[in-house]
Ligand binder design. Structure first.
Ligand code: PMV
Length: 363
């Protein structure tokens, strides 16, 4: 067992969205599949340190009963100690790893994001992919990328996809235990050069509805939820084919309709969930205007106001300039396809899951 491990993962942006679960929340089983692109510039780096290397369950029991030290887990995000629900979520995730490894010791988790956490960008995908690899490796487990994806899913559905690089499909799976609800790679990060431009739409005031809450509320109250779910299978088939054929315009049209159909279902919930801000809508129109002028660019929007635009490499600077000029848009980041989760060792060399099918990392 290593005791301490550091892992790095990239966020991913869904092109065919995941919105709805097929099970109670703890298993995080999706009601449908999804397809995403892992991106290079949105990075989470996480170190997990278990308190003592010899804290096997047996030792704790021999010491006079089950050790409840998990309550002493600590979590630091961008240097600030976290409490409340954020810490509780990390603790529940560590419990899964401890149970699997037969460990009973507390851990310290230190995480940093390469992008502003408070910006509301989807950080849970990179966060739980990095945590899954760092924690399982530190606990002495050697998981395959499929097992890691299943584990990461328990933290956040989209995290299952960030285990792999490039274009990734999340399989809905059929089993009740979720062992087949995992990600699979469609194209590696170096197989198709595209750009994903992320426009951060700044807004003060009200916080967005968290995705799990938004999905539950949509499923329970939206008359459009069934229609949304029924649309996903066709989009998955068409997107998979477009990715294999590297047809950006086909994939882009699917990404736009998937995002709009997902948002339509959320908007129609009672009461409706509105993730868009003014600048979101302006950006959507600006992308369509660019397209009418011959620029191959297609938008998508997640459970927040930010706009992500899929485009050809040659179109990226025009897209960055156009989005940056919209009032209410803050930073604009041009991303490329990124790799899968990897372990960092002291010399910063690593093993990348996207190029391997076997066990991940070097634990
Ligand atoms: O994985 P979660 O619970 O953060 O949900 C992700 C939901 C969306 O970002 C809106 C869509 C997706 O597929 O990533």
């Amino acid at each position: 067992m290593h005791g301490v491990c550091t892992a790095q993962a990239h966020a991913n942006i869904a092109l065919v969205k995941y919105w709805g679960k097929r099970s109670p929340d703890e298993l995080n089983l999706p009601a449908a599949g999804s397809i995403s692109l892992t991106v290079d510039r949105l990075i989470t780096t996480t170190t997990v340190r278990f308190a003592c290397a010899n804290g096997k369950k047996g030792d704790a029991l021999a010491g006079g009963g089950r050790n409840q030290d998990h309550n002493r887990d600590s979590f630091f995000l961008d240097g600030a100690e976290q409490h409340g629900e954020r810490l509780a979520k990390i603790r529940r995730f560590l419990d899964l790893v401890r149970a699997r490894a037969g460990l009973d010791t507390p851990a310290t988790v230190e995480s940093t994001n390469s992008f502003p956490t408070a910006s509301g960008l989807a950080s849970s995908a990179s966060a739980f992919a990095a945590l899954a690899l760092a924690a399982s490796s530190a606990a002495g487990l050697r998981l395959s990328s499929a097992e890691l994806s299943v584990l990461a899913r328990r933290g956040s559905g989209s995290a299952a996809r960030s285990v792999l690089g490039g274009f990734v499909e999340m399989l809905k799976g059929e089993r009740a235990d979720g062992t087949d609800a995992r990600a699979t790679q469609l194209l590696s990060e170096d197989a198709w050069d595209v750009r994903l431009v992320v426009a951060i739409v700044g807004h003060g005031g009200t916080k967005d509805t968290p995705s799990t809450q938004g999905m539950r509320h949509t499923a329970m109250t939206s008359p459009l939820f069934e229609g949304w779910l029924a649309s996903v299978a066709t989009d998955l088939d068409a997107a998979r084919q477009a990715i294999h054929r590297r047809q950006l315009s086909v994939l882009g049209e699917i990404a736009e309709r998937s995002a709009l159909t997902m948002h339509a279902s959320a908007l129609a919930a009672r009461p409706g969930i509105v993730y868009f801000r003014g600048a979101t809508i302006e950006a959507v129109h600006a992308v369509r205007l660019l397209r009418r002028g011959g620029v191959e660019a297609y938008f998508t929007v997640d459970a927040g106001p930010h706009v992500k635009v899929l485009c050809e490499p040659g179109a990226a600077s025009k897209v960055v300039e156009t989005l940056g000029a919209i009032p209410g848009v803050g930073r604009v980041l041009e991303c490329r396809p990124g790799g899968g989760v990897r372990l960092l060792d002291e010399s910063n060399t690593s093993t990348n899951t996207s190029t391997k099918n076997g066990p991940v990392g070097s634990a």
